[in-house]
Write a protein of this length. Structure first.
Length: 405
């Protein structure tokens, strides 16, 4: 009997083990279809995320999207500046709008594969692609040539392929990622990055204008000065627009006048400046006078000759307008008030010249004005004062001295 029970007990152990194994396989087979047939989670680009800050870093934004949606970002950290700041208003944004903001700020395009968002650095943005239509002659002359490392695979016009990953892949239309590279390049050149030679030229023009408008910018004017009395001669003005020294050397073809003085100017409007100046200079003329004596018959060759010297001091006050004919040439024109003081010397001694006649100042003079406003000549006096108003015209070339750094 013991043998019978022992056999039943021993035979029951294999049966129980087989049942357990059978039940385990049933459980596994029931769970496998759920694991393989469960539909993978899809990315909803319209899912909303709410923000309260006005700005956020790129890496923080990506973590925020991952935390709230469960989707993972893949990108090369060497090509992405994670510290880039993005501006967001305090409201809700869809994932699609956030990806668009990332693209506009960083140039990163995206592709989608299951629950992965793959960020790629588009090397052709905003530079033109290497393969493009032949430019016109004007474009070839004005558009700088830029090298691009874009491959033929990146020239897809309708869609961009995603990286090879497990599961089905999706494509994103190119229009939803970046604008046309050629158009983006032209827009960047025209609106934000003008050609370097244009920038340099504009900088030079701005510097010149700043120097010309600066009342304390050192400069020099040199050229020709013309007036009604001493006719013409060279002139130079050097200093600052608000205060300068002036000198001229003119002649009426009988005597030379070297004058010097100071002047100032200020801006009237965009076309004119007003100039005020005062200058003075000395001049003299020598005469030989033989008195006529009709009571004797002495030969004129042995009569005593008198040496008459007329020494003059001419002071002028000018009020003129200045206008630029071009960036380097200026024209100054206006009125000047003349004051001429004349002293007479006969045989090197101060003396009147009344003995020569009543109109002696018209025959013996340092400078002959075209007309007079005032004349203090007296036959018994050794000096006199004369004054008149005349015209002055200056044509000058401008030299701007660079400001030291």
């Amino acid at each position: 009997m013991w043998n019978t029970k022992s056999r039943e007990t021993l035979s029951s152990f294999p049966v129980m083990g087989a049942c357990k194994i059978f039940l385990l396989w049933i459980v596994l087979l029931a769970s496998v279809p759920n694991a393989f047939c469960q539909e993978k989670k899809k990315l909803d680009l319209n899912q909303l995320i709410e923000f309260s800050n006005s700005s956020i870093r790129l890496d923080s934004l990506l973590r925020r999207i991952t935390k709230e949606t469960g989707f993972i970002f893949s990108y090369n950290t060497r090509n992405v500046n994670q510290n880039t700041i993005l501006s967001v208003a305090a409201r809700k944004y869809s994932i699609e709008s956030l990806l668009t903001r990332i693209r506009e700020k960083t140039g990163l395009t995206y592709s989608i594969s299951d629950n992965h968002i793959i960020l790629k650095f588009n090397k052709s943005y905003p530079s033109p692609l290497k393969v493009q239509s032949a430019p016109t002659k004007v474009e070839a002359r004005n558009t700088p040539v830029l090298k691009s490392t874009a491959t033929l695979d990146s020239l897809t016009t309708n869609a961009v392929k995603t990286d090879v990953m497990d599961g089905p892949t999706k494509t994103v239309p190119l229009e939803t990622q970046t604008p046309d590279p050629q158009k983006a390049y032209v827009a960047a050149i025209q609106s934000k990055k003008p050609p370097r030679d244009s920038t340099v030229r504009q900088s030079k023009v701005a510097t010149k204008k700043a120097q010309q408008n600066n009342p304390w910018s050192l400069q020099m004017h040199a050229g020709l000065s013309i007036d009604e009395t001493t006719y013409a001669g060279p002139m130079v003005q050097i200093g600052f627009p608000s205060l300068y020294a002036a000198a001229s050397y003119k002649t009426d073809f009988n005597v030379w006048l070297l004058s010097y003085g100071l002047g100032t100017s200020f801006k009237v409007n965009n076309k004119f400046r007003a100039n005020f100046s005062i200058n003075t200079g000395s001049l003299s003329r020598n005469y030989s006078y033989v008195p006529l004596d009709t009571s004797t018959k002495i030969n004129n060759s042995i009569r005593k000759q008198n040496q008459i010297i007329a020494k003059g001091q001419l002071t002028r006050i000018s009020i003129m307008l200045e206008r630029k004919l071009n960036p380097k040439v200026v024209l100054q024109f206006g009125l000047q008030y003349n004051m001429l003081s004349t002293k007479y010397f006969v045989d090197d001694l101060p003396s009147s010249i009344g003995f020569t006649g009543n109109d002696s100042d018209k025959r013996f003079y340092a400078l002959s004005p075209p007309y007079l406003l005032q004349n203090s000549y007296n036959v018994s006096s050794s000096s006199n004062e004369k004054s008149w108003i005349g015209l002055q015209l200056n044509i000058l070339y401008t030299i701007n001295f660079p400001k030291g750094r």
